[in-house]
Design a protein around this ligand. Structure first.
Ligand code: AMP
Ligand code: FE
Ligand code: FE
Ligand code: ZN
Length: 360
């Protein structure tokens, strides 16, 4: 695959963290300056060279193939999780899985952390582009004490930005205490789960309810994570404890200030709890939101049709992503994908960084 057009105005600061210093390359197996391009040129979004164009969509809905006899579906998945949070593939394994799944572009978007970026970049394989990102725990605060938790994806921001870094740390620390509190609540009712095991399962990664779910499965309390989330770990359960969050408008400002682009993750995933109305999405768009997940495994076809209209009306970039979590969820990499046009539009909004491209 050819290099991806980007709108880089400066080299991403973290690309120097590992790899061969001479070429400024972040990839450990790099064979020289030409093997990995730390992009330096400013290109128009139309410079994205993917060959035949395909539509955004989900495998289940028959994501379109490009026209013509040589058409190949371009596969872009902009929302995945690794062991840096609540996925089960290490960042390096995730990159290998992305390649095996035939993806051209994969974004690593662990919860409240950028910790997996360097390992994923170092494991990058020919023909694959990595978009570093984070899924931020946020909330919308409305009148009369109204509050709705939501997830905001930030891509290609400067991970050394001090304010955003402090927020990520605050969110992760809160998740640890909250995980312990949920475990304590379960234990108080005689449910045999220990914080030691949950912490072991999370390792260095951001703690999430899936780690508690894994411990519950191991202890034989439930048969599956789905069963755990349906009851004991549900946000409506008596054992539930809320985690800290960022006000979504603060998060939009901080990510934009750190040079990133943003997308509203699974805005209509009602199974997880209350969702915000279209008027809030309009306020987020006015506050600088760039994109919105339209195709997502948790969205019904009616949701997708509605969000497609919302995106068009508000000038938001419509995205499709799998929200892959490895073995913690049934969904596969590339189950939902983003069109090359939407991807190019997203990159065109970025000012600080660029995807990492490995060319053959
Ligand atoms: P937390 O971030 O700790 O509040 O936990 C929510 C996470 O659990 C989200 O990342 C979801 O993707 C994940 N999750 C929600 N439902 C399920 C489920 N049924 N099975 C596995 N993971 C789930
Ligand atoms: Fe998750
Ligand atoms: Fe999410
Ligand atoms: Zn996610």
């Amino acid at each position: 695959m050819a290099a991806v057009g980007t709108v880089v105005r400066s080299r991403p600061p973290w690309i120097m963290e590992s790899g061969c210093a001479a070429s400024g390359c972040a990839v450990s197996r790099c064979t020289g300056p030409t093997a990995v391009r730390a992009p330096t040129a400013v290109r128009a979004p139309t410079a994205v060279r993917f060959g035949p164009v395909s539509a955004r969509g989900c495998a289940a809905s028959g994501g379109a193939a490009g026209p013509g006899p040589y058409a190949r579906r371009v596969r872009i998945d902009l929302h995945t999780h690794s062991t840096a949070s609540d996925g089960t593939d290490t960042p390096a394994e995730l990159v290998r899985q992305a390649k095996a799944a035939g993806l051209d572009v994969v974004a690593l978007t662990d919860h409240d952390t950028a910790a997996g970026w360097a390992e994923a970049a170092a494991a990058l394989l020919a023909g694959l582009t990595l978009v570093p990102g984070t899924e931020f725990s946020c909330a919308w605060f409305g009148p009369n004490g109204a509050r709705v938790g939501l997830h905001l994806l930030g891509y290609l921001y400067d991970p050394d930005d001090a304010e955003l870094q402090a927020e990520r740390r605050r969110l992760r620390e809160s998740r640890r205490g909250r995980g312990q509190a949920i475990v304590n609540n379960l234990r108080a009712d005689g449910i045999p789960v220990t914080w030691e095991r949950v912490a072991e399962l999370a390792g260095d990664g951001t703690v999430g309810r899936p780690h508690i779910g894994q411990a519950l499965v191991e202890a034989g309390v439930v048969d599956s994570l789905d069963e755990a989330f349906a009851d004991l770990l549900s946000s409506r359960s008596k054992y539930y404890v809320r985690k800290a969050d960022m006000d979504v408008f603060v998060a939009l400002r901080l990510i934009n200030t750190a040079g990133g682009v943003t997308a509203f993750a699974h805005p209509l995933a009602r199974r997880r709890g209350p969702v915000v109305g279209d008027e809030v999405i309009a306020d987020m768009a006015a506050a600088g939101l760039d994109g919105i997940e339209v195709d997502h495994p948790d969205h019904s076809f009616a949701d997708r049709a509605h969000l497609s209209d919302v995106a068009a009306n508000l000038g938001l970039i419509p995205l499709g992503s799998s929200d892959y979590h490895g073995r913690n969820k049934a969904v596969r990499l590339g189950a939902c994908t983003t069109s090359p046009e939407a991807y190019a539009d997203l990159l065109a909004r970025n000012t600080a960084s660029s995807p990492i491209v490995f060319t053959t």
